[in-house]
Design a protein around this ligand. Structure first.
Ligand SMILES: Cc1ncc(COP(=O)(O)O)c(C=O)c1O
Length: 457
């Protein structure tokens, strides 16, 4: 990693860092009991062993200052589970989801490659031990200089979606292999990637014919069904689309050797904007992918291998943040309504970039008695609040409407807060100290061992 590493003095994992729990029910309520119905405590999604016990939880409990913690054992287990579901599929971890050297190294040791989006990401993957032959330049957006630099670093697999890009690859990365990305609708995903990338089936044929004519190898097709995809049908549509284009290309004498199914596999432990568990149907998704892979192999005139570029799915549920309460307030809104706001020490600009589109599970370890499930019939123990980050920016908050979260009424400035399932798109999206709130340091942990804290980049 590059950049200044300005450590936080005094931040470290200590053996016993938990303060005595407040007995919230014993404390006088700060506010009048609120009539808002309690959100039922979220059930654990069927397919998920939430990493809320064991290694991650122990590391959060031991932290005496804010940080993000990655559980390497959990990430490895997630990778192994993915390969059990989709045997034989090659993984190119989407580095953007967690550009943390230790995470890349542990996945590389298991045989994963990387999907990189820039020469800097390629360099980081190489430093972490990813063999260059397993690094795919998956970004269709690249300048001549980016292409030449990637080629100089040894990369030979490039995603593309336009004639202009193919022409540039032929000049700056001669003889390389190209994958043409097909546009998908992005329907069913929290973040559809439908417009900026990908071309129509007709254009894909033209692009790969142009690649062949320019001395490149038209090696494959790729898709991305949108990030945090919530439907198995999205893969069905993508696989149908791919089957049609493979057939057309075969008719034009273009025989592919790979299909790249991109990212999109979901995190399992996050909540929607209203605080309901998302619970994506991952079993169905995997079944759909297995069936589609089989179908594509039957349709193709040449043997096909398959790649996936998961980002979120591998890391989201195995990263968590130890933050603290900045302040719990109650203010009258312009409508006259009294509303609680819980300001945390981290938010959209330092660890929770996706907080305006989803909610994370929060835990207040010094207020366990105030959890709704622990105190049925104790109305004053929790209050419904908008959860927000610390900056002077109104985007730095959970969605305001219908997004209220039950938080301990007795929460005080400095109380620790644990934020779960935020291991994806956290580190990379941290600003360089927006409003003076520094990016979080990170720690990688395994059962019984924590690596040294790494200060912000
Ligand atoms: C080309 C490409 N591949 C893979 C991914 C990873 O997606 P996800 O985190 O949804 O798995 C992305 C994310 O934007 C991407 O752009």
């Amino acid at each position: 990693m590059s950049g200044t590493r300005a450590g936080r003095p005094g931040a470290g994992l200590a053996g016993t860092a938990l303060r005595t729990c407040h007995q919230a029910a014993d404390l006088p309520p700060r506010q009048a009991p609120d009539p808002t119905p309690r959100r039922p405590s979220a059930p654990t999604p069927r397919s998920l062993a939430l990493p809320q016990d064991g290694t991650l939880r122990a590391a959060l409990a031991a932290a005496t200052d804010d940080r993000i913690v990655y559980d390497l054992d959990g990430i490895e287990a997630q990778y192994a589970a993915l390969l059990r579901e989709l045997p034989g599929v090659g993984v190119r971890f989407a580095l953007k989801a967690c550009p943390v050297d230790e995470v890349l190294a542990c996945l590389a040791q298991l045989g994963a490659g990387c999907d990189a989006a820039s020469p800097h990401e390629i360099e980081q993957a190489l430093r972490a031990g990813v063999p260059v032959g397993l690094i795919h330049y998956g970004n269709t957006v690249k300048s001549d200089r980016n292409i030449a630099e990637a080629y100089r670093l040894g990369v030979r697999d490039f995603a593309t979606d336009s004639l202009a890009d193919v022409t540039a690859i032929a000049v700056h990365a001669p003889g390389s292999r190209v994958f043409c990305r097909l546009a998908t609708s992005g329907e069913g995903a929290l973040w559809g990637l439908s417009r900026k990338f990908g071309c129509s089936p007709e254009d894909a044929v033209l692009v790969l014919e142009a690649a062949r004519a320019a001395g490149l190898t038209p090696a494959g097709l790729s898709v991305h069904v949108g990030s945090q995809q919530m439907t198995s049908e999205a893969w069905q549509s993508a696989l149908d689309l791919l089957a049609g284009v493979v057939g057309t290309l075969n008719g034009r004498g273009i025989l592919l050797d790979h299909v790249n199914l991109g990212g999109g596999l979901p995190a399992l432990g996050v909540l929607d904007k209203r605080g309901r568990p998302l619970d994506p149907p991952v079993d169905k998704m995997f079944a759909m992918i297995r069936e589609g892979v089989q179908r594509l192999r039957e349709v193709s005139a040449s043997p096909l291998d398959f790649l996936l570029e998961p980002g979120r799915h591998l890391v989201a549920d195995h990263g968590a943040i130890r933050a603290h309460v900045s302040r719990l307030t109650a203010r009258r809104q312009p409508s006259g309504e009294l509303r609680h706001w819980l300001y945390l020490s981290c938010g959209k600009f330092n660890g929770l970039y996706e907080m305006d589109e989803l909610q994370y599970r929060l835990e207040f370890p010094t207020h366990t008695a105030a959890l709704p499930s622990a105190t049925p019939g104790t109305p004053a123990a929790t209050v419904p609040a908008v959860v927000a980050g610390p900056t002077c920016d109104s985007d730095d908050a959970y969605a305001h409407e219908d997004g209220l979260v039950r938080v301990p009424a007795a929460a005080e400035s400095g109380d620790p807060v644990w934020v779960f399932s935020c291991g994806a798109y956290a580190t990379a999206y941290m600003t360089q100290g927006f409003n003076g709130f520094q990016p979080l340091p990170y720690t990688c942990v395994r059962a019984g061992a924590a690596s040294p804290e790494v200060p912000p980049r």
